[in-house]
Design a protein around this ligand. Structure first.
Ligand code: FBP
Ligand code: MG
Ligand code: MG
Length: 325
């Protein structure tokens, strides 16, 4: 079943279906660039940096532009917040029903090594960008109307939720259309696999130190079973693994940069991924609180991210509560 047929079946919101279709088109165009690699110069750095102070890769900027063009063409989006632009981009259609927050290219550090990268999208209702300005983007994640990522791997995948489960579409390169390949993903409640950048260990807070140490002690320790570790340096790839076979993905608060609440951005990384994971039966917290319940305060704010299999996230929340007590 092709994406547009699926959308007509599960959603009566025509405008939302049009938006998702244009997001998919942007993914198809970016996938073509990714496939070309150095032939298209996309693996090269540019001289410019984004609002986070990160050097922008060619593909960060090309993906940003391609996604913007498709979202503008949809005529159902009023404005777009992007990792690659300091302020939201306002479209002529300021009264259109939706706002989109996006990470046009996730896992940029993998580009130079021909690794897996992705794009992440969050769809919010337009509560009045014309009068509220960028404040309109500061809505809790639980108000998202849809969330999606596109994964540029051996196969190109679109993983989507409209708030009724999480589903996978695979790009058919012949027909240039996404086709449904998995419906209603379910994150395993129990797991023996965790993902974290262990090189930051000395900066972690006691609750995360305790949790990871217990996983590393494995069958010789309190957990009584061995744990495996993975780290792909691409949130899209790490979260896709969790949606596929369970596990936990951790990018916690650390003291490496104390002023920073974490590495990942709330509006276009943590919120959309949290909706996709929770719609598949997983959980997502920042330590004590659910990420989807957080009230955002700034467009590019960062947040600690602990998400995945419910049993492990429950334990991590308890460890944070105990560390506070
Ligand atoms: O460099 P680290 O610490 O391994 O961080 C990797 C994390 O940073 C990210 O690459 C940040 O995303 P961007 O590439 O979109 O900036 C995540 O995809 C990934 O989980
Ligand atoms: Mg990212
Ligand atoms: Mg990015």
């Amino acid at each position: 079943m092709q994406l547009d047929v699926f959308l007509k079946q599960v959603s009566l919101n025509h405008a939302l279906n049009v938006l998702i279709w244009h997001l998919a088109q942007a993914g198809i165009e970016i996938a073509e660039l990714v496939r070309q690699g150095a032939l298209q110069g996309v693996t090269e750095k540019t001289a410019s940096t984004n609002v986070q102070g990160e050097t922008q890769m060619q593909l960060d900027i090309r993906s940003h532009e391609l996604a913007l063009a498709q979202l503008r063409a949809s005529a159902v989006v009023a404005a777009v917040l992007s990792e690659e632009a300091e302020s939201p981009v306002l479209f002529e259609t300021v009264d259109a029903p939706f706002l989109v927050s996006m990470d046009p290219l996730d896992g940029s550090s993998n580009l130079a090594i021909n690794g897996v990268v992705g794009s992440i999208f969050s769809v919010l209702p337009n509560t009045g960008i014309a009068t509220q300005g960028e404040q309109a983007f500061l809505q809790p994640g639980q108000l998202q109307r849809a969330a999606a990522y596109i994964m540029y791997g051996p196969a190109t995948l679109l993983v989507l939720t409209l708030g009724q489960g999480t589903h996978v579409f695979t790009l058919n390169h012949d027909s240039q259309a996404f086709e449904l390949t998995q419906q209603n993903l379910a994150v395993a409640e129990e797991t023996s696999e965790f993902a974290i950048n262990a090189s930051n260990q000395r900066y972690w807070q006691p609750a995360v130190q305790r949790y990871v140490n217990e996983c590393l002690q494995g069958a010789d320790g309190l957990r009584g079973r061995d744990y495996n570790m993975r780290w792909c340096a691409s949130m899209v790839m790490d979260v896709h693994r969790i949606l596929t076979r369970g596990g936990v993905f951790l990018y916690p608060r650390d003291s490496k940069q104390p002023a920073r609440a974490g590495r990942l951005r709330l509006l276009y990384e943590a919120n959309p991924m949290s909706l996709l994971v929770t719609q598949a039966g997983g959980a997502s917290i920042e330590g004590l609180d659910d990420i989807l319940a957080l009230q955002p305060t700034a467009c590019h704010q960062r947040v600690p991210v602990l998400m995945g299999s419910t049993q492990e996230i429950r334990r991590l929340r308890e460890y944070h509560q105990q560390a506070q007590a």
